[in-house]
Design a protein around this ligand. Structure first.
Ligand code: CU
Length: 190
């Protein structure tokens, strides 16, 4: 979602630039009596600007739709992205719609292994001391979705959005949650 907004803003600002720089294209002299070499009249220019503005808004909308594949108008997406670093998620909050198949692309921009772990409904930790001792217990009682990403890698995974609510996202590797690798997934009722 953030990506889509950034693209739209940059396109809108390029429309602004174009408005302030009237076209410098050379015009020939017509034989119908109009002075085609004269500067563009303000009426003509305003029409051209409108036409350009409409065109660019159209492109901006297409880009926004393509970038976030929004499912409804509440900002819930079916396609989300995450970047992991030492020691944070960026972004650290996502919104998806209940029951939808969600695709998440996780890129590890850090220099060590990281995870994107969606915890189960009703499970929330306040420190790593709350995590169980074994991987088996972790997977059975805490984890809804887990993916490990090597440094420099991008992984794409799909999962079905759980019931509406707010879920904790963590990196479950030793020391990472306590160092700040925490986020939240909001599931809207769709
Ligand atoms: Cu980590």
């Amino acid at each position: 979602m953030g990506l889509g907004v950034a693209q739209r803003v940059s396109v809108v600002s390029s429309v602004g630039n174009r408005k302030s720089q009237p076209s410098g294209e050379l015009r020939g002299v017509g034989n119908n009596g109009t002075c085609l070499g004269c500067p563009v009249t303000s009426k003509e220019f305003s029409y051209m600007s409108k036409k350009r503005a409409v065109m660019f808004v159209g492109i901006a909308l297409l880009m926004a739709v393509g970038a976030c594949s929004s499912d409804d108008d509440e900002g819930a997406a079916t396609s989300i992205e995450a970047i992991t670093t030492e020691f944070a998620f960026n972004p650290d909050a996502w919104t998806v719609a209940a029951g939808e198949e969600i695709t998440i692309e996780v890129t590890n921009d850090g220099s060590i292994l990281h995870e994107w772990v969606l915890l189960q409904d009703g499970v929330e930790i306040s420190s790593e001391a709350d995590l169980p001792a074994t991987e088996e217990e972790l997977l059975a009682d805490f984890v809804y979705v887990e993916e490990e990403i090597e440094p420099g890698e991008t992984k794409t995974l799909k999962f079905e959005a759980p019931a509406a609510g707010t879920y904790q996202i963590i990196c479950a590797l030793d020391g990472h949650f306590d160092a700040g690798m925490e986020g939240s997934l909001t599931v809207s009722s769709g």
